[in-house]
Design a protein. Sequence first.
Length: 69
Amino acid sequence: MNKTGYKNKIRVVLADKMITKTYLAEKLEVSNMTISRWCANTTQPSAIQLLEISKILDCKLDDLFEPFN
């Protein structure tokens, strides 16, 4: 069975915009470890957190994800 899903690109967008994980963690009021887990794709932010991330990083929600097979 071919399984398709998505992984986030938070790490990539942070690097492109030269924003630190610490800054994002402070803005979202979460730990640095939470941001690290999101960046490593071991856990994913909630839908509400994704909307906040897109606002903080000044990007489209689509910019935060890419499909994988």
